[in-house]
Design a protein around this ligand. Structure first.
Ligand SMILES: C[S@@+](CC[C@H](N)C(=O)[O-])C[C@H]1O[C@@H](n2cnc3c(N)ncnc32)[C@H](O)[C@@H]1O
Length: 246
């Protein structure tokens, strides 16, 4: 698929995504427990939720004691995140998070000018980076806003599983693919080899601490017994914790 078709906006699917994601088994009982398990202690930490969607992780981070700046490229998604965080009573009116939480519409391929350098303790970017062709500028920006020793936890599609699913002719290519989620519709994102993922992180100055290929939990087995059996043999996601040198 040509790059001209690369701009896939969540604005079009924001309602369906926000309505369904918290009970979607692949998120609720598979990706999210594994991603949350990789978080370091966030009490008192300033965390950037990069690609916050409808705000699940921002809410969890707040409940765990963090201060959160949540950004997303979709204005529709930020509205859902704002509504969720407002319910917690911890939403700042805008700008950098000075109280408990702020939500901003921002494109992660561009500089995050509203964040000063070295003001963030950690970045959480869950199921977001595969929407970007080039991770370099985004990871450099994460490095700029992070304090020395700051952490990055990301989740993304598993490159080996994608290579099989899309029957790729060149595993090493970075290319746009299309998927269909029954509860959302058509989505487009990039697939890339494992070495492109790890290479982008190390090129940006991160040291990889953990790589997790998650297992589905018992709730997932109850909801999706066939997929459960498949996921035990073929992981769908990759979850990585990386850190800048102190
Ligand atoms: C699969 S959703 C994940 C949302 C949330 N992290 C979660 O796990 O529920 C992907 C999110 O990435 C956002 N996104 C995609 N490309 C982006 C970009 N260039 N800048 C900012 N956000 C982007 C989308 O708008 C969408 O909300």
């Amino acid at each position: 698929m040509p790059d001209s078709e690369s701009r896939f906006s969540y604005d079009e699917i924001a309602e369906a995504y926000a309505a369904g994601v918290d009970s979607a088994p692949f998120n609720a009982y598979y990706e999210r427990p594994a991603t949350l398990a990789l978080l370091p202690d966030v009490i008192g930490a300033h965390v950037l939720d990069a690609g916050c969607g409808s705000g699940f992780y921002a809410e969890q981070l707040l409940l765990l004691g963090a201060r959160v700046t949540a950004v997303d490229g979709s204005a529709e998604m930020t509205r859902h995140a704002e509504a969720r965080l407002a319910q917690l009573g911890s939403l700042d009116p805008g700008g950098e998070s000075t109280g408990r939480a702020a939500v901003r519409a921002a494109d992660l391929t561009q500089p995050l000018l509203f964040l000063e350098a070295a003001t963030v303790d950690g970045v959480l970017s869950a199921l977001v980076l595969h929407y970007l062709r080039d991770w370099g500028p985004t990871l450099s920006e994460f490095r700029r806003v992070l304090k020395p020793g700051g952490w990055l936890v990301l989740s993304t599609h598993h490159p080996a599983t994608e290579a099989v699913r899309y029957d790729v002719s060149d595993y090493f290519a970075t290319e746009m693919v299309e998927d269909y989620w029954s509860w959302v519709g058509k989505v487009r994102f990039y697939r890339r080899p494992l070495s492109a993922i790890t290479g982008a992180l190390t090129d940006a100055g991160f040291v990889i601490e953990r790589i997790v290929e998650p297992r589905p939990n018992d709730w997932f087995r109850a909801a999706e017994p066939e997929a459960y059996t498949r996921l035990l043999k073929q992981p769908e996601f990759l979850i990585i914790r990386a850190r800048l040198p102190a």
